[in-house]
Design a protein around this ligand. Structure first.
Ligand SMILES: [Ca+2]
Length: 129
């Protein structure tokens, strides 16, 4: 009888372990990259590519571009730099002063507090890749 109770207890423990294993093996939520055509810079008002969006052509390497619309200035909370180059982001227009953020080619779902709602221009780096 004791052996049967021990086996039942082991089976119960095993079921709990299997249950835990199954629940912890659930697939992670897929990260969906935003749509931003090659050679462009896209910015979004909200984090994780939500809210108002502005898609801009790259000014070319070694060039600065000021956010061209008042509604999009001081707006970006996420962006996709799809220029193929590193981009430096600036608070002032015309890439004045020191950049507030530097990012390689790719998407950033949350620019962080240092750059949130502060981006007004960007520079496409010619020599850093
Ligand atoms: Ca914003």
């Amino acid at each position: 009888m004791k052996i049967i109770r021990t086996i039942a207890s082991l089976a119960s423990s095993l079921a709990l372990m299997v249950g835990f294993t199954i629940s912890s093996a659930a697939p992670a939520s897929a990260v969906t990259l935003p749509d931003c055509p090659s050679g462009r810079v896209c910015i979004w008002d909200g984090a994780n590519f939500t809210g108002s969006e502005l898609t801009m052509t790259s000014p070319g390497t070694g060039q600065c571009k000021t956010i061209p619309y008042a509604w999009a200035k001081n707006m970006a909370s996420s962006f996709f730099n799809n220029t193929g180059h590193t981009v430096w982001w600036y608070d002032p227009d015309s890439c004045g002063g020191a950049p507030i953020m530097e990012t390689p080619n790719g998407a950033v779902g949350n620019v962080g507090s240092a750059a949130n709602n502060k981006i007004n221009s960007f520079y496409v780096c010619a020599t850093c890749q």
